[in-house]
Design a protein around this ligand. Structure first.
Ligand SMILES: [Zn+2]
Ligand SMILES: [Zn+2]
Length: 228
């Protein structure tokens, strides 16, 4: 585990997404990696499990461990209203179009990476403020999935972006088009909802944390992709 920024630890080299552990009276987690990551997460946390696990969206690489962690630690699970039904299994997982090759790939590997449905205890809407980490604001950013969210710690200027903003190889990027319900919608969400906020730090779903000038870098990225 490394300290991404004061008060936030990050589990590196997971099979799935970045996994963030947030300090506080009620320790919390943002995203939980693939099913294969659960043992490492439990080992890293010892007895001090999170009171609350927040999913930025329903994709397997972000929620794969949540069922196991919830059973182990008794944590509550929070996700946006549009993604919660997929996590709970009342709506199908693949609502976006996969290419033929990827479909074959998923069918082959699905038995090894089962999507374990999990009850969502706290159904989130845009504007909700979670009582963890000094107050985490929910910002609904549809486009990667219908219920993708960012979590914003206003006082500290920290944004947890899920897959709506990635930073793989140190390059800021929007969501991966092949896994998104609508990339244009996602970029509009970023432009309309995030650029006006003050933040220095982006803690993305994939890639390294951006610890300085994050808002300016985001603006630069949008300009570079002619989205501004
Ligand atoms: Zn992801
Ligand atoms: Zn995703």
């Amino acid at each position: 585990m490394i300290e991404a920024v004061p008060g936030v630890k990050m589990l590196e080299k997971t099979w799935g997404s970045n996994v963030y552990f947030l300090d506080g009276e009620k320790p919390s987690m943002v995203d939980a990696g693939f099913p294969l990551d659960r043992k490492r997460i439990i080992r890293a946390l010892g007895y001090d499990g999170p009171a609350c696990i927040i999913a930025t969206h329903y994709h397997l690489d972000h929620v794969g461990s949540i069922h196991a962690l919830k059973s182990h630690f008794g944590s509550t699970v929070a996700a946006h209203a549009a993604d919660a039904p997929v996590m709970e299994g009342t709506e199908p997982y693949e609502r976006y179009k996969l290419g033929a090759l990827r479909t074959v790939y998923y069918r082959m590997f699905a038995p090894f990476y089962p999507y374990e449905h999990v009850g969502v205890d706290v159904v989130l809407e845009d504007g909700d403020v979670l009582d963890v980490f000094g107050g985490l604001e929910v910002i609904h950013l549809p486009g990667h999935t219908d219920g993708s969210i960012a979590l914003y710690q206003r006082d500290q200027g920290i944004l947890f972006s899920g897959d709506t903003i990635r930073n793989e190889g140190g390059v800021l990027e929007g969501p991966p088009p092949q896994f998104s319900t609508g990339v244009d919608t996602a970029f509009n969400s970023i432009r309309d909802r995030l650029l006006g906020l003050e933040f220095e730090v982006i803690l993305p779903g994939h890639g390294e944390p951006v610890t300085r000038n994050a808002n300016a870098r985001l603006k630069e990225m949008l300009r570079g992709r002619k989205r501004l």
